[in-house]
Ligand binder design. Structure first.
Ligand SMILES: [Fe+2]
Length: 314
């Protein structure tokens, strides 16, 4: 539970306008739950019914349990990425990315993930949003499990993250207490061997649409290389225009429930499919969209295993 001083601290960082819009939006979306669902298929009440039907469907096929277990089949993905302007001091710099933890929905409460993370050495860890399973409701379990998971991360330059469409602004103090510094249209500078790299992050562009690239990149020095964290790839063209070198994002879950060959049925993002999973390039910018470390909606995965991503910069 946040007190007045927590909100004041967040307001100082975000600005009054941003915080007001965030809170109003959160309340408006939660209030929808207490109104009649109507005929909209995408109303939250109908989404719950849809997930129940989906569960019954997979149970009838005899593959539901398998789908749940697939959520724990974490695949380590090593991604070498050649960034033109990368200073020599950052060659072989290792960036661990976790995305879409949806922590309170992990079938084993994060035990296997934690064990895997204990064996990974990295220079920096980034978490690209969606800490909670639902888009509303209580969040204590999500915060507790997230804290437990990130306590296993060993990252020389720290852990940074952005909020996704499942996250409330109230998560910020809790996550920062757990050692995850949130970038809310903000940036920090990573220094190594006398050179620097700007790590910027934006507030959720998908549902809350409160991303501000200009503000996030405000502190970039002339010619400085920049990595941008965004929950979703949907801002790919704006990020490229803003001169971002590498965009790290998630949100799509790679489809989560796919056809053989990792062919997503639904991408849940307003952008071309080629930007919805894995490494991609748009004009002068590289991008990577994680298939997600956790799962949401109905916590099952088919032909789309969750991932722990290690970006090796060169
Ligand atoms: Fe997600």
């Amino acid at each position: 539970m946040l007190d007045q001083s927590d909100y004041q601290r967040i307001e100082t960082r975000l600005g009054k306008d941003h915080l007001e819009k965030r809170l109003q939006n959160q309340v408006r979306r939660a209030a929808k739950l207490y109104t009649i669902g109507g005929l909209s298929f995408f109303h939250p009440k109908n989404a719950k019914r849809f997930h129940l039907l989906l569960k019954l469907f997979f149970q009838a096929l005899g593959v539901f349990r398998r789908g749940q277990m697939n959520c724990l089949d974490y695949r380590p993905e090593e991604v070498p990425v050649a960034l033109k302007r990368l200073p020599g001091a950052f060659r072989e710099f290792r960036v661990l990315q976790l995305s879409d933890l949806h922590a309170d929905g992990i079938p084993d409460t994060g035990v296997r993930l934690r064990n895997l993370l204990q064996g990974i050495e990295c220079d920096l860890c980034v978490i690209t949003g969606d800490f909670r399973f639902d888009t509303y409701s209580e969040y204590l379990a999500a915060m507790t499990t997230t804290k437990n998971i990130v306590s296993a991360v060993k990252a020389t330059h720290g852990i940074f993250g952005v909020l996704g469409n499942h996250d409330y602004i109230e998560f910020v103090p809790e996550l920062e207490k757990a050692g995850i510094q949130l970038l809310l249209n903000e940036s920090i500078r990573i220094e190594k061997g006398g050179r620097s790299l700007l790590l910027a992050g934006v507030d959720d562009p998908h549902m809350y649409r409160l991303h501000d690239l200009k503000k996030a990149l405000h502190d970039r020095r002339n010619g400085e290389i920049s990595l941008l964290l965004s929950h979703t790839p949907e801002i790919y063209s704006q990020a490229e225009e803003a001169g971002v070198d590498y965009l790290l994002c998630g949100h799509t879950h790679g489809g989560q429930i796919c056809l053989p060959g990792r062919k997503a049925i639904i991408s849940n993002a307003f952008c071309p499919r080629r930007y919805c999973a894995g490494l991609w390039r748009y004009r002068n910018m590289w991008g990577y969209t994680s298939r997600g470390t956790g799962s949401s909606g109905l916590a099952v995965r088919y032909f789309c295993p969750p991932e722990i991503t290690l970006h090796i910069l060169s």
